[in-house]
Design a protein around this ligand. Sequence first.
Ligand SMILES: C[S@@+](CC[C@H](N)C(=O)[O-])C[C@H]1O[C@@H](n2cnc3c(N)ncnc32)[C@H](O)[C@@H]1O
Length: 206
Amino acid sequence: MDRKQHWDQIYNSKAAEAVSWFQEHADYSLRLIHNTGLGKGAAIIDVGGGTSRLVDDLVAEGYADLSVLDLSSSALAVAKQRLGRHAGAIQWIEGDITKIKLPTNRFDIWHDRAVFHFLTEEADRHAYVEQVMRVVRPGGHVIIATFAADGPEKCSGLPVMRYQPEALHAEFGDAFRLLGHETETHLTPSGAKQQFNYCYCRIDNR
Ligand SMILES: C[S@@+](CC[C@H](N)C(=O)[O-])C[C@H]1O[C@@H](n2cnc3c(N)ncnc32)[C@H](O)[C@@H]1O
């Protein structure tokens, strides 16, 4: 089964509120986006957004240039339906972040919760970093959350990489200035605790 089939099958067989990564509100992400200090016109992409409700809260707050990218058309269909009349205000992009060709210097904020950690092949991680460097404007912000070193070893049946903040930052390199990091204990819908690390960086002006 390829990656897309895997994720479509997950989203076709489980309610969005039942997946282990479900959050009623993506509070850490929202706060880190606010902390960038950018206004409501900031171009934001939620990479591997799936059925996350982050975009609902951003729309409600008046952010006007939002994109959600995911490999799974099933996930995007669920998110679009949930957003109803607001769905048209968002750019929905179906594709694999390691392969898709996105416009250069298009975004001010790159957000990824629980996607980068699925890239267990070095070539995929390299392609991901190249993508960030190309599509985030110089001076732009990058927020990435992965399972922490004491987080789960698998998610949705797939193996993941687990990172301490320094190791995650090292994957990205010196052009990414690490501004800070935070740890979140995420409570899954079944009541399990999962440790996440959030790293926030700024891309140096090139
Ligand atoms: C664990 S879920 C997290 C979803 C969302 N970020 C959240 O926090 O609710 C991982 C998401 O990444 C997507 N995904 C996995 N690999 C991907 C890839 N290579 N390119 C784009 N999306 C991917 C999956 O379809 C899924 O929606």
